[in-house]
Design a protein around this ligand. Structure first.
Ligand SMILES: CCCCC/C=C/C(=O)SCCNC(=O)CCNC(=O)[C@H](O)C(C)(C)COP(=O)(O)OP(=O)(O)OC[C@H]1O[C@@H](n2cnc3c(N)ncnc32)[C@H](O)[C@@H]1OP(=O)(O)O
Length: 297
């Protein structure tokens, strides 16, 4: 992991300084101590008295999961993971109406094979870290969450979604002409079961909040303005469970899925590279991007 962190820091330095949030956060007299410890694209505020951090994704406009964003996300997550004062994380979005647009399509289009390999390794790393986090992780889904965005939410221990009919969530990869990898599929199976996953993946379904709630893709729906307070209340319930018992249980449930990727990590990267470099797949991505443009008018 140390080598990964060094590579990530180097990459961040290469990509130049961003308006960071490092250092002590301002606070009202008598208010709980809060520390802002994130980078530019990931704002992190740690409430030390509660032991809870809010990680707000701020890769505007749509929180697409680019290589730089994922790198910053991983560094912030690792900091929290190593902070004994942090027991829970609420993952949410600072982008209006979007939780995350999923993997950044531009990272998968007309790039070198080396770039694809580095990108995919970082996507794997995000999943491995988030899915296995020792902290309680709650997704406060305050916007649409297709594909990789849905994956991030499914990595969390609990999902709360704003009940806005304009939002949707799901693994829609087949609609782009691409295929969700086996560990995306496994994560969904662990969340909603085999049959619902099969239908969902084949059709590339994006669910409205009530549909997502019905199939168990999200655990709770709340009015938009209540999402952060509900996440904080649910977090308190989860933190009432002794950490060691909860962590061992989580690991017992998730380890077989994690081990599967760990056993096939290199071949999964090779599969991604050979798939994404196919002319037909590049054409599909191009057409999908054109379709998004046309939809905007
Ligand atoms: C091969 C192995 C499998 C790999 C597994 C793949 C997993 C993935 O995550 S693939 C990505 C799937 N994501 C999507 O299908 C989402 C596509 N985007 C949308 O549906 C919409 O953009 C939206 C619902 C997220 C937001 O809609 P709206 O508010 O109307 O905003 P715009 O459509 O106008 O988009 C604004 C801006 O952002 C760009 N953009 C959107 N999504 C992505 C993305 N995933 N990656 C990169 N860029 C994205 C969009 O093109 C616009 O850019 P500009 O034209 O420069 O303004």
């Amino acid at each position: 992991m140390a080598a990964v962190a060094v590579t990530m820091v180097r990459r961040l330095l290469r990509s130049g300084p961003r308006p960071g949030l490092c250092g002590a956060g301002g606070r009202e007299p008598g208010a709980a101590p809060r520390r802002a410890i994130g980078h530019g694209r990931v704002a992190v505020e740690l409430d030390s008295s509660a032991g809870v951090a809010v990680m707000k994704m701020e890769n505007l406009p749509v929180n697409s999961l680019s290589l730089d964003f994922l790198t910053e996300f991983l560094i912030s997550l690792e900091k929290l993971e190593n902070d004994r004062g942090c027991r829970g994380v609420i993952l949410t979005s600072g982008a209006p109406k979007i939780f995350s647009a999923g993997l950044d399509i531009m990272e998968m289009y007309r790039k070198s094979t080396e770039h694809y390999a580095e990108f995919w390794k970082t996507v794997q790393e995000m999943w491995l870290r988030l899915y296995q986090s020792n902290m309680v992780t709650i997704a406060a889904i305050n916007g649409s969450s297709p594909a990789g965005g849905c994956l991030m939410a499914m990595c969390c221990d609990y999902r709360i979604m704003a009940e806005n009919p304009k939002y949707s969530i799901g693994l829609n990869e087949t609609q782009l002409g691409i295929v969700a990898p086996f560990w995306f599929k496994d994560t969904m199976v662990n969340t909603i079961g085999n049959r619902a996953t099969e239908r969902s993946l084949e059709l590339g379904l994006l669910y409205s909040p009530p549909e997502a709630h019905k199939i168990g893709l999200v655990d709770q729906l709340v009015p938009e303005e209540k999402i952060q307070s509900t996440a904080a209340a649910v977090m308190s319930q989860w933190l009432a469970i002794p950490d060691h018992a909860r962590q061992i249980t989580k690991s017992m449930m998730r380890k077989p899925t994690v081990d599967r990727l760990l056993a096939h990590r290199e071949s999964d990267i090779q599969n991604f590279v050979s798939f994404i470099t196919k002319d037909a797949i590049q054409k599909s991505l191009h057409m999908y991007m054109e379709m998004l443009k046309q939809r905007r008018g």
